[in-house]
Each structure stands twice: as C-alpha cells, then as structure tokens.
Design a protein around this ligand. Structure first.
Ligand SMILES: [Zn+2]
Length: 324
C-alpha cells in the first residue's frame, strides 16, 4: 500500500470518531501509515514554501501548515478548542480550503516588506501586518519575512502563534472578511497548540541554545513529532529515527499509537572535534494492538539517547517501566 492510498483511507471524513474507536479503526497497516505520517511532516515542508525558507521560523510555518488538517480534526473530535457554532462552521470551511490547497504549488510565500515597501500595507484597520492573503485561495499566504526574527536573529514567533496566524489567513481564503472574528478563532487554535507542545532548551556555552520540542497529535491516531536543533538552524524531525528503536514488548502486537512526554536534558559532552554531543531522555507511552484479541494495551518505556553532530539519535537506554 502506498503512502497516498494509506492516507486517503485513514483521513477520510468518516473518521470523525472518539479516541478509542479511532484506534480500533486504524489497526491494519498502522505501521506503514505511521511511517508515511512521520516522513510527511518533513518532506511537505520543502515543496509548499517559497522565499527565504531556510530558517527555523519558515520551517515551522511549513510544519504547522502540514499538521493543521489533523489539528483541526482534533478540535472537532475531542471538543478541546472551545468553539461556538459559527466558529465550528468557519473552521469546516477552512478545512475545505486546506484540502483544495493541496493541489497548489505554493501555499506560503515569504516576502520582505523592506525590499517591497508597501506590500503588507492594505489601508484597512489591520495593524499587525505579519501576513496577508486574498478572500479566496487564488493567492498564497504571504508572510512578512522582516517580522520572523528579532534583532538578535532569535525566532520572534513560536509554533502556537504561527498556528493562529495561519488560521487567520486561511479564514480569509475561506471568504471570512472580519479580522476580529479570525483573531478570536486564531487565539483558540493557539491555545490548543500550546497544550500540544512541550519545548525545552539547553545552553551549550554559547548564546545559541539547543532546543528539543515534542508536538503531540491525537488525530488520526495518537503520535508525536520530535524536533531537535540549535536555535539558529532549521529543526530536524528525528521521530522516525527514534521510533525505529521502539517496539511493543510482545512481538505479536502492532504499534497503534504513541505519545512522547517527560522530555529532559541529561547534559552535553564535547566530541573530539569540539562539537557538543547532547544527551536527552524521555518517556514513551505505547498503544499496542493485539489483532487476535482485538485489544489495545498500553505500556511505558524510558528512552535515553545521544545526539552527535549529525543529530541522528543513538539510543543508550530503552527500558520498560512500571507506573504502579
Ligand atoms: Zn486579517
């Protein structure tokens, strides 16, 4: 089964179910779906953005855009975004725009206001010109490159704020003209994203910190994305490399979902060429599906790994723990 077919199967609209029935529904081919999803978030970042797309914030824009369809489904399936009836119908229109936009070559374009004076000035009463788009999806979302980093080159926008900006602009593409309505909807999505993300930073002796971020997704099944990297670089999604080392304790069980949490730094060492080797630990909850018994059990593992210069994780500890 190809990634495309597999996605279509699991992302079909009839999948708007609660968490337990959802897990049962994804029991077959779940590993290949997971592999596709895990690689999708990095590969989709490449094709959909234009401009100076090399930095951390530009990459986060592309990443958030790629997970928005599933994050919106989470809002509906888990009722965790505190949406009014009219906001629900607006978000459904945004879902529709996201699905129509899949065929577009460019979804986000980064433009420097300084190099194109007046580009982000529209004359209406919207003062925060971080982005603009059309009242349909005939143009991409233009993002103001000059506002993505502060004067020291540090990211000025975090992932939850990026989600609110994208929801605002996608709302315009869905035909909504009111900036206020979209700001409120954007802030609700921002809140939902804040709960999905945990991030921590290690100072390595320079002004540039090393950041590890875990982003938890509940739709179409529970999984997490794990990003690592120095603050001044595009983050690397290492979930797939890490999950290669992780298995349910019974070999006949298939992995039906996982959640990374309790992430913590274990310090850093210097390698022979003086580059830091970062040591990191986290816990993983695994949902293990037994096909014969049609039963899902969960188990918790403690993982520790090192990140050498190439940031490919080398697992140093992988042990099942009991939480009784
Ligand atoms: Zn607006």
């Amino acid at each position: 089964m190809t990634c495309k077919e597999n996605h279509r199967r699991h992302l079909s609209p009839d999948n708007q179910l609660g968490p337990s029935s959802l897990l049962l529904k994804v029991r077959r081919g779940v590993l290949s779906t997971m592999a596709c999803l895990l690689s999708a978030s990095t590969s989709s970042a490449g094709g959909s953005i234009i401009g100076n797309g090399a930095g951390l914030v530009e990459n986060n824009f592309a990443y958030v855009y790629s997970i928005l369809p599933n994050s919106i489904e989470e809002c509906f399936a888990f009722k965790n975004c505190d949406l009014s009836t009219s906001e629900q119908s607006l978000l459904k229109k945004i879902q529709n725009v996201l699905s129509l936009n899949k065929s577009l070559k460019t979804n986000i374009e980064f433009v420097s206001e300084k190099q194109n004076p007046g580009f982000f000035t529209t004359g209406d009463n919207e003062d925060h010109r971080i982005a603009k788009t059309c009242l349909d999806n005939s143009c991409p979302i233009y993002v103001n490159l000059d506002l993505l980093y502060d004067k020291d080159g540090k990211p000025a926008l975090e992932i939850p704020t990026i989600a609110s900006v994208l929801i605002h602009e996608l709302g315009h593409q869905a035909g909504e003209g009111s900036h206020t309505t979209l700001d409120i909807l954007g802030s609700k999505l921002r809140k939902a994203f804040l709960l999905k993300i945990s991030s921590n930073k290690l100072l390595t002796g320079t002004s540039i910190g090393f950041v590890v971020s875990i982003i938890n997704q509940k739709f179409p099944f529970q999984y997490s994305d794990l990003f690592v990297g120095f603050e001044d670089q595009a983050p690397l999604n290492i979930t797939q490399e890490l999950m290669k080392e992780v298995h349910c304790s019974k070999t006949e069980d298939a992995l039906a979902g996982f959640e990374l949490y309790n992430g913590h730094f274990l310090g850093s060492l210097k390698s022979a060429d003086n580059s830091p080797i970062i040591n990191y630990g986290l816990w993983i909850n695994l949902s293990c599906f037994n096909e014969e018994r049609e039963e899902i059990t969960s188990e918790t593992w403690e993982i520790e790994f090192s990140l050498p210069k190439n940031l490919i994780p080398e697992v140093t500890k992988n042990q099942k723990i009991s939480l009784e």
